[in-house]
Design a binder for this molecule. Structure first.
Ligand code: NAG
Ligand code: NAG
Ligand code: NAG
Length: 290
């Protein structure tokens, strides 16, 4: 009888698990690609924790590939002394000449600001870093980090405020990520050789484990189903709302918000790094920023 009861409970909890798998974002739509032992998913798949300790970091990626979309994640970054840690949230294709759109969060000593690092790669070439301090404490609550990617532009949003735009300037010969499907990834890892104050501040392992928390992943994006998707995903249909003309450029209000962020919180802009480019900036630097 005791055994039967145990079996019954096991069956019921399996059914509950199967249901939650079907509903759940992190269970259904992602898998761990690294450091499985340092991860946790709970709350019907709505919540995820990625952990870094002295043994390993950890990471997830989406099961499916996408071409264009509005890819949203709420993240609460490592609290306290997070120096030397890097938490990432990015889209990437695979292969040699890959495309990539990045959010990276560089930790810091307690009370010192995180650095929000952004970059974009097209056909294997990146070198387009822009960095920002957050205008809020990214460790005290969840914030909405969204990558809005369509054939006209890429917009990095934080809590619906655009912080950066990368426009499609293929007409003047600048490669744009629009031919390769990407997956969404997230990870936490030890980057104390470069991340915090240029690598000067190392991880203090006595503060481990370092935990980045995630919730409410939204993959509103055009699923890649082979080469035909290049046409299908680029077309502006109601299914591809993120591609409709209203998302081909920022509204005036959004331009104003972005200007506020860039005037007050931007730390680094490759387009202003005269030392690095010796005055000969990449061509997109001469275009309107939005
Ligand atoms: C890693 O951390 C654990 C728990 O804090 C500790 O017991 C262990 O000695 C550490 N190992 C190394 C190699 O630092
Ligand atoms: C997150 O930000 C994106 C981009 O602005 C927005 O479309 C979305 O509605 C936001 N999500 C929430 C839950 O507010
Ligand atoms: C950490 O804080 C220092 C001092 O405020 C600052 O210079 C640096 O940009 C911050 N971020 C990182 C990732 O080093």
């Amino acid at each position: 009888m005791g055994n039967l009861k145990a079996l019954f409970i096991a069956l019921v909890s399996n059914i509950a698990l199967a249901n939650s798998v079907a509903r759940a974002n992190f269970y259904a739509d992602t898998f761990f690609n690294w450091g499985y032992q340092n991860t946790a998913i709970w709350g019907d798949g709505d919540n995820l924790a990625l952990i870094l300790n002295n043994v390993s970091g950890s990471g997830i990626q989406t099961r499916k590939q996408y071409l264009f979309g509005s890819i949203e994640m709420q993240i609460k970054l490592v609290e306290g002394n997070s120096a030397g840690t890097v938490t990432t949230y990015y889209l990437s294709s695979t292969g040699e000449k890959h495309d990539e759109i990045d959010f990276e969060f560089l930790g810091n000593l307690s009370g010192k600001p995180y650095m929000i690092h952004t970059n974009v790669y097209a056909q294997g070439v990146g070198n387009r870093e822009q960095q920002f301090y957050p205008w809020f404490d990214p460790t005290s609550d969840f914030h909405n980090y969204t990558i809005h990617w369509n054939p006209s532009q890429i917009v990095w949003f934080i809590d619906s405020i655009p912080i950066r735009v990368f426009k499609n300037h293929e007409n003047i010969g600048i490669p744009y990520p629009n031919q390769q499907a990407m997956q969404a990834y997230s990870s936490i890892w030890n980057a104390d050789n470069w991340a915090t104050q240029g690598g000067l501040v190392k991880i203090d392992w006595s503060n481990a484990p370092f935990i980045a928390r995630y919730r409410k992943l939204k993959l509103r994006a055009c699923e890649w189903k082979g080469q035909n998707s290049i046409y299908k995903c680029a077309s502006s249909t109601p299914n591809n709302w993120w591609t409709s003309s209203e998302y081909s450029q920022l509204s005036y209000a959004q331009m104003g918000q972005m200007e506020w962020v860039r005037n007050n919180y931007m730390v680094y802009d490759y387009c202003k790094d005269t030392k690095r480019f010796n005055g000969d900036f990449p061509p997109e630097c001469y275009q309107q920023p939005n």
